[in-house]
Each structure stands twice: as C-alpha cells, then as structure tokens.
Design a binder for this molecule. Sequence first.
Ligand SMILES: CC(C)(COP(=O)(O)OP(=O)(O)OC[C@H]1O[C@@H](n2cnc3c(N)ncnc32)[C@H](O)[C@@H]1OP(=O)(O)O)[C@@H](O)C(=O)NCCC(=O)NCCS
Length: 178
Amino acid sequence: MLKGERVELRPIKENDLKNFLKWFNDMEVTRYLISYLPMTEASEKKWIEETTAKREPVFVIETRNKKGHATAIGACGLHRVNHKDGNAEMGITIGEKIFWGQGFGFETLTLLIDYGFNFLNLHKISSGSYEPNKGSIKLHQKLGFVQEGKRKEHAFSNGQYLDLIEFGLLREEWKESK
Ligand SMILES: CC(C)(COP(=O)(O)OP(=O)(O)OC[C@H]1O[C@@H](n2cnc3c(N)ncnc32)[C@H](O)[C@@H]1OP(=O)(O)O)[C@@H](O)C(=O)NCCC(=O)NCCS
C-alpha cells in the first residue's frame, strides 16, 4: 500500500472488476489509451488474473472522503519491468472523470515513480502520451519527464491519426527534481 496525502495505491481486489468494466468501457476515458475494444467481463477478468499472476506492480487508486470512506477512482502501474536494464513502462487511468484536473494524477504518479525508483530499484521509467491528450502531456512535463521522440501518426482514434510523444525519466533526474 502506497500512501499519499489524498490518494492510496493498493493491490487489485476481486470486487474491483465492476469498476474496471465501467472505466474501460467509457470511450471518453479510453480515447487516448491502447485499450479500445468493448471490454467484456470475461476479458477484464482474464486481464486481472494475468496481471495478478505476473505479479506486475499494478495498483488501484483510492481516495477517502472526510468520513474515511474510500472510493476507487482509477488504476496505475509499472508494466514490462525489466530487471536487467532497470526499466519499466508507466500507465495511469483515472476512470472516475469527476476527479480529473484536481491533482490526483500528479499525486498518484509521484507515489508510483518513488516506488519504482526506491523499491524496485529502477533506473529509468518510460511513458507516452498521444498528442491531443493535453492533460497527460502536462502531467508528464510537471513530473519532470523528458521528451525523447515523437512517433508520427502512430495510432488512430475518433477519426484521426495521432502522434505519440515518447517520454523518459531517469532516477537521477527524478532525484534532482525533488
Ligand atoms: C491524463 C490523466 C491521468 C491526468 O490526470 P489528472 O488527475 O486529471 O491530472 P492533474 O490534475 O494531476 O493535472 C496535472 C497537470 O495537467 C494539467 N491538466 C490536467 N488536465 C488537463 C487538460 N485536460 N488540459 C490541459 N491541462 C490539463 C493540470 O492543470 C495540471 O497542471 P498544473 O498543476 O500546472 O495546473 C487523467 O485525465 C486520465 O486518467 N485520463 C484518462 C486516461 C488517460 O488518458 N491516461 C493517460 C494515458 S498516458
């Protein structure tokens, strides 16, 4: 469990399935994600089982109200962790849209990146944002990610081809930015 001021990151539980189905079937949420086909209960269950079996560091993002009641608002994780090269790929989805634009993404990724560098002993974290995803680009820049490249017209979404901005963050850069 990773604890911040307003968010906690915890492992996935069996009853998270309904939230995942809601989030990953919302086309406003998935618009700039790799996941684009309708998410069935069976496929989501399989993804959760496989992720759990692989023991990938994937977390559900929770926030508590004043009465202490926890609400799951999204998920995040470090994927394809490569222990030889010390790198991984970061992902985040805040599926509850009313929580967008309030700093939850920044706090979540700060906890996740700290965990990646200080507990998993990573050397580098990679990530990417599609060009129109202004919130995601700003979030990466705010966290200190450096743009390493741009894959032109790399994906198709909602009637247009999108450029993919590739980001990287080294442990030293993270330490310096803090
Ligand atoms: C992208 C996402 C993770 C951002 O999380 P968030 O909690 O809304 O972001 P934050 O509130 O922490 O914002 C970080 C910065 O980006 C800015 N920002 C957020 N949304 C923005 C938007 N739509 N347009 C412009 N700037 C935006 C914020 O103002 C903030 O900058 P500031 O501190 O200088 O004001 C969230 O919107 C999301 O999960 N979207 C759906 C899935 C997705 O696209 N995931 C990312 C894949 S790479």
